[in-house]
Design a protein. Sequence first.
Length: 256
Amino acid sequence: MEFHFATAWEAIADAIPESPALLCGGVTRTWQAFDTRAACLAASLADAGLGAGARAAVYLQDSNEYLEVQFALFKLGGCAVNVDTRHKADDLVRLLEIAAVEAVVYASCFAARIWEVQKRLPKVKCFLEVADGTENIPVRGRLDYETAIRAHAPQPRAVPRPADAAFLCIAGGTTRPPRLLAFRQAESCAARVREAFALQGAAAPTDLAGLADGVRALHARGGQPVGLVACPLAHLTGMWLGAMATLLAGGAVGTL
């Protein structure tokens, strides 16, 4: 069977709702909370005009919110686009134009950079700010991340999801010009499921029912897998091996 990341994560959330999914800075989100918050965020993005195929830049450091945004875009049938937080204004604008993003989710610590480039991004419909306790820079039209979640009911689950849904990643930008890589999500998710279960020494499931049963079996056998992301989620290795290989086994992902 071809998996879709949102559908797979929803099946896991239904199977182990009270188990932790995200761990960061003393904040724990259960699988049920992970699913619900992502669905509310998806509804907020839909209100802003994003839909299937839409792209949103994730201008965050590793955090629970980073993965919630990823899940929300999967639910919409859209794509989250990773952003290297070291980029200066011109490089950031060029990257966001290459990726054709319609929304930017950023941490408050990067608000000054967003304020600097905002007028150069006329196609961006929505700026969502994740508060991190740093200085408050008045980005025009910004929405507070937590307020956006609280203000929306969860977006209903889409069944089936687009067969041609993509997973996107910006590569390069340090030693060569950035380029946008596209992966067919169904194949990528199936591969990540195989990796996730292989790391646990278990046979990989081939359908959603098997995925839910397999996750429950892993929990019953030896407890819940826990993974600590050792490199940035903005890098493909950090996302696929650091986060997805844990989440797709029903594990909890820790970020620093």
